[in-house]
Design a protein around this ligand. Structure first.
Ligand code: DSN
Length: 414
């Protein structure tokens, strides 16, 4: 930071404020994490200076000796991590990654099935106002109203009725594990391409804490910055028979020059995820989510789907008579960062929905365990229950700050 501070104090000041926010607050947004110092260094390295359109060994510009090496290393590690036949590490992020898959394997107007956004899907899984929903004929499936969980028999019935060309599985607000094998069987039965978006759970899958869809699925996309704890970006893994179509859709179909500094950071993150410590991390993320969920249930919170089998918890606040937006803002004031979220069959608007979504990847990276999760559950309860009590906010904020300072964030010196 010393060079930026000298040259551009405006930007340096903003970065320092964000560092402090990250250090003294509890990050519970389930799609966020803290990368290691090694990933941070690679992220900011001199590969940012280089253009490298093409793929290792087949580039359009000169000077590619080291970009080829670093990209090939990222590809090899990604394949080893997930047992993939082919990996493309160039997608800039999850949305371009999913779009590249559609562009590679579908024609515009083709029928696709994806989980409805307010049931836990993603904007790229067919939201009518998004590119996916406009370019393709997405048929949404839902979670079961009673259980809040996927009903595979119903998904199969819909699939046989609509005969989609592709079914998208993998979600952004679904707290339970996914039966990948069952999804793949449904795809086989109705003749659809099986596609999994494992952005949220990739780290838990890589760490062996959740089942891996890669052996069953035709194509799998993941972002690299969530539970996988790498830089912001994405990758696509697929069967060898689809490799050419996927590569051509990423470049030159949708993207130009890949971001080789990010790819270097992906290689570092994949290297970290291949280590035994990452298995412990993945298990602890799950244990922490279960501990936090149990504490919230003790405090009378209603959890969508009844609990969690992953890193993620979705709370329906209807019985607490506090809307999601008000809860998010109040929790922000004490340093607990999470996001308001729709719950399945929500009666409220997406701008002020009934729920809040939280997860344990980031706090687990700091070394927090079950004991800290119970305290976090107590603080969430205290804020929601006493939301009109102005004196509560500074007191709880101070308690949270004190605990956070005992658990340093990688790369931030306080
Ligand atoms: N924004 C991500 C999430 O929070 O789940 C999905 O793209």
């Amino acid at each position: 930071m010393s060079t930026i501070a000298q040259q551009d104090p405006d930007v340096a000041g903003i970065i320092e404020s964000e560092m402090k926010r990250q250090a003294i607050g509890l990050e519970l947004i389930p799609s966020e994490n803290y990368v290691s110092e090694a990933v941070l260094e690679a992220n900011g390295c001199i590969f940012t200076n280089k253009y490298s359109e093409g793929y290792p060994g087949k580039r359009y510009y000169g000077g590619q000796e080291y970009t080829d090496k670093v990209e090939q290393l990222a590809i090899d590690r990604a394949k080893e991590l997930f047992g993939a036949e082919h990996a493309n590490v160039q997608p800039y992020s999850g949305s371009p990654g999913n779009t590249a898959i559609y562009f590679a394997l579908l024609e515009f107007g083709d029928t696709v099935m994806g989980l409805k956004l307010d049931h836990g899907g993603h904007i790229t899984h067919g939201l009518p106002i998004a590119f996916s929903g406009k370019a393709y004929n997405f048929i949404p499936y839902e979670v079961d109203k009673e259980t809040g969980q996927l009903n595979y028999d119903e998904i199969e019935r819909q699939a046989m009725e609509h005969k989609p060309k592709m079914i998208v599985a993998g979600f952004t607000a679904y707290p339970q594990d996914i039966d990948w094998k069952r999804f793949a069987e449904i795809c086989e039965k109705c003749g659809a391409i099986s596609m999994a978006d494992i952005s949220h759970t990739a780290g838990l899958i890589a760490g062996g804490a959740l089942e891996n869809p890669v052996p069953y699925f035709d194509v799998v996309m993941t972002t690299t910055h969530k539970t996988l704890r790498g830089p912001r970006g994405a990758m696509i893994m697929c069967k060898q028979k689809l490799a050419k179509a996927i590569d051509r859709a990423v470049f030159p179909g949708l993207q130009g020059g890949p971001h080789e500094h990010i790819i270097a950071a992906k290689a570092v993150a994949f290297g970290e995820a291949l280590k035994p410590e990452f298995k412990e991390y993945a298990q602890q993320v799950k244990k922490n989510a279960k501990a936090l969920a149990a504490r919230l249930i003790e405090h009378g919170f209603e959890l969508v789907s009844g609990g969690t089998d992953t890193h993620l918890i979705l709370v329906d606040l209807t019985n607490k008579e506090v809307p999601g937006k008000e809860a998010q803002v109040a929790l922000d004031r004490v340093g607990i960062t999470l996001n308001k979220n729709t719950v399945p069959f929500d009666q409220r608007s997406p701008f002020d929905p009934s729920g809040i979504r939280m997860g344990t990847p980031a706090v687990t990276t700091r070394g927090m365990k079950e004991e800290e999760m119970e305290r976090i559950g107590d603080w969430i309860n205290e804020v929601i229950t006493n939301i009109k009590d102005e004196e509560m906010f500074p007191r709880v904020q101070k308690e949270i700050e004190e605990m956070c300072l005992k658990f340093p964030v990688p790369g931030i010196k306080v």
